[in-house]
Design a protein around this ligand. Structure first.
Ligand code: NAD
Ligand code: WQD
Length: 359
């Protein structure tokens, strides 16, 4: 039997998915070393506010370093201080539109960051890795629901998506070259929602283009109307379809992947994390109206350039091999997002009264 893992290194741990995943890791009694270059939401002691909230939720500690993955010296120092069993690599820039405007910044941050991490992992002989990939690597779906063997890399229309595809390929190559690597790439569909406590969630102060934060802003009165991109797709009601997954389900998917790597040497393997269910924009709007008890005015406008009409996962592989299945309902996704938004209208910003009281 392989030894049980204890210490997990989490890059991008102060971010949306990282912070929720750390809650799950701590609840499973792992020790967590988190790094993030977060410059906006740290307190006067350089501690990430999201991770203070994580400590509040779990009653357990997270060791946090403010560190950029491009800072190889600091990264090396952190690895030299801890005996790390596995790495979960979330850190990346993820704004699709921004990635088209500043491609070099995205290639530098996402690709070089990943390379630096792999190098330090190899140096310290910690070659177990879970990588945050995305359904964006599938490009325009050739069939639905999407299985892991769907072609990847074709028709990825944005730089962000290409960085995810290139990193997956790089990971495949290192695992072919060196037997020691044991890697799972998790292709997330559309993560939404927040921790049911309302204490952590996606920082609304960051530039976003995703649907649920927009809906929520309309519900809270910050925006007057939701623009729906396209009403003439061949879908249930003409609007775009996606596979929305509750962030806590996504987090438990990482624990399942970790247990798999702990038990087996896979070299390189990919799993979809989604619910397997396609939801249209209008269905999401209706569910959010019910959860928030607010009316969400919308207009249906032209299709968004490069948009995909429908995308949802086949999740059989994760169910069979990781023994994992999404549990949360669409209603819970909306209720939990709404709770987070109403408790923290300015996210983790220090000028937000809720933040300073509860952190
Ligand atoms: P996020 O922006 O909330 O978190 C990412 C964190 O990484 C941030 O806190 C950021 O400060 C940090 N970071 C970025 N570059 C860094 C660097 N060079 N060094 C150290 N820290 C750095 O985003 P998220 O939604 O939590 O996404 C986490 C991962 O999941 C990303 O890799 C993203 O591409 C991937 N992903 C996200 C979604 C989504 O819809 N949220 C979907 C698919 C995949
Ligand atoms: C969902 C649906 C829109 C906003 C993103 C990333 C992608 C990946 C998955 C990270 C679509 C419609 C949206 C609005 C709308 N993430 N919409 N009005 O398109 O799946 O992609 O998440 O890896 O890289 O780009 O998600 O939330 O942007 O859009 O009508 O104001 O909502 O047309 O049908 P998408 P999304």
């Amino acid at each position: 039997m392989r030894p049980q893992w204890k210490t997990i290194f989490v890059s991008g741990g102060a971010g949306y998915i990282g912070s929720h995943c750390i809650v799950e890791l701590l609840q499973q009694d792992f020790e967590v070393i988190a790094v993030d270059n977060f410059i906006n939401s740290v307190d006067e002691n350089g501690d990430a506010i999201s991770l203070k909230r994580v400590r509040q939720i779990t009653g357990k500690d997270v060791k946090f370093y403010q560190c950029d993955l491009l800072d190889t010296e600091k990264l090396d120092y952190i690895f030299s201080q801890h005996s790390i069993d596995c790495v979960i690599h979330f850190a990346a820039m993820k704004a699709v539109g921004e990635s088209m405007k500043v491609p070099l910044l995205y290639y530098q941050n996402n690709l070089i960051g990943a390379i630096n991490l792999l190098k330090v992992m190899k140096k310290y002989k910690c070659q177990q890795l879970i990588f945050s990939s995305s359904c964006t690597v599938y490009g325009n779906p050739k069939f639905l629901p999407i299985t892991e063997d769907h072609p990847v890399g074709d028709e990825i229309t944005n730089v962000y998506g290409k960085t995810k595809h290139f990193i997956e390929e790089m990971l495949k190559d290192v695992s072919t070259a060196e037997e020691e690597w044991n890697i799972i790439c998790l292709r997330y569909f559309n993560p939404v929602g927040a921790h049911p406590s309302g204490l952590i969630g996606e920082d609304p102060t960051k530039p976003f283009t995703n649907l649920m934060p927009f809906i929520s802003q309309v519900a809270s009165g910050k925006k007057n109307v939701l623009t729906i991109f396209g009403g003439d797709y061949e879908t249930v009601d003409g609007t775009g379809v996606r596979d929305y997954i509750h962030i806590m389900d996504l987090a438990s998917g990482h624990i399942a992947a970790l247990r798999k790597l702990e038990a087996e040497h896979l070299k390189w393997k990919v799993y979809n994390l989604g619910t397997g269910r396609g939801i249209s924009v209008l269905e999401l709007v209706k569910a959010f109206e019910e959860a928030s008890e607010k009316k969400i005015p919308y207009t249906i406008e032209a299709r968004r350039e490069g948009d995909i009409y429908a995308m949802y996962a086949n999740t059989d592989l994760a169910r069979k091999e990781l023994n994992w299945k999404a549990q949360y309902t669409l209603k819970q996704m909306c209720e939990d997002f709404w709770r987070w938004q109403t408790m923290n209208p300015n996210g983790y910003k220090p000028n937000d009264q809720t933040s300073s009281n509860s952190s």
